[in-house]
Design a protein around this ligand. Structure first.
Ligand SMILES: CC(C)(COP(=O)(O)OP(=O)(O)OC[C@H]1O[C@@H](n2cnc3c(N)ncnc32)[C@H](O)[C@@H]1OP(=O)(O)O)[C@@H](O)C(=O)NCCC(=O)NCCS
Length: 193
């Protein structure tokens, strides 16, 4: 699949570029990111960021993960975060993070809205079948996705216990699951809760 550049009122959604490497390293070593994005390598090295960038190109070719760098339109393209749409087996899902210094400005909300609208418009996604999962205590994440029109469906327990990287504490954590507002027609959502 060929990369698709998107834009919105305040943002440009472009390829992830090699020059984003330092920003990616900063964002992925940020305490909040580390706590909530449990699958990231930690500490997150420059090499990890370079792999992430390389992988972004490959994923577009395969068409299974569509990843965009989120940039401010009016700040010479300042990199503010990542949004990605993943083709999962049954449903598509969204993943996001924001540069710590860029948080609190609604950029990720706008980026999610842009990607979801594009995806539905292009029939890329089975209509209204995008889901978004976050840890229940991730208030910022939940707030962002609710603002984009997703609706809270419930909590789902993770299959495997989660061992925190730093403390070694093991616990089963729960995901809050969100989906677009008119998802009621999808009866099989029950399986995700
Ligand atoms: C999730 C994330 C992308 C949101 O970034 P953002 O767009 O800057 O979000 P904000 O900081 O504006 O927060 C969004 C909302 O949550 C609220 N919020 C943030 N932290 C909060 C807290 N600790 N308690 C209560 N409300 C909080 C903000 O006030 C804001 O609400 P508002 O829009 O009604 O004013 C960002 O926090 C991030 O990168 N987190 C780390 C990675 C991550 O968790 N990704 C998602 C995984 S599911």
């Amino acid at each position: 699949m060929k990369f698709v550049r998107l834009s919105s009122q305040n943002l440009l959604l472009t390829e992830v570029l090699e020059r984003d490497v330092e920003n990616i390293v900063v964002a992925c070593n940020d305490d909040v990111t580390v706590y909530y994005l449990t699958t990231l390598p930690y500490p997150y090295a420059r090499e990890d960021a370079l792999n992430f960038i390389k992988n972004s190109v490959e994923c577009w070719k395969v068409g299974d993960v569509l990843r965009w760098a989120v940039r401010r339109l009016r700040a010479t393209g300042e990199f503010v975060g990542i949004v990605e749409l993943r083709k999962d087996q049954e449903f598509d899902s969204l993943g996001v993070w924001c540069m710590p210094k860029a948080r609190g400005n609604g950029y990720i909300t706008e980026a999610i809205q842009t990607v979801v609208a594009w995806s539905i418009e292009q029939n890329f996604t089975k209509i209204n079948a995008i889901y978004y999962a976050c840890m229940p205590e991730n208030v910022a994440s939940a707030s962002v996705v609710r603002k984009t029109g997703f609706k809270f469906l419930g909590v789902k327990q993770s299959k495997e216990p989660y061992i925190h990287r730093d403390t070694g504490t093991t616990y089963k954590y729960l995901y809050s699951v969100y989906a677009p507002t008119d998802v009621d027609q999808f009866s099989s959502w029950g399986e995700y809760l």
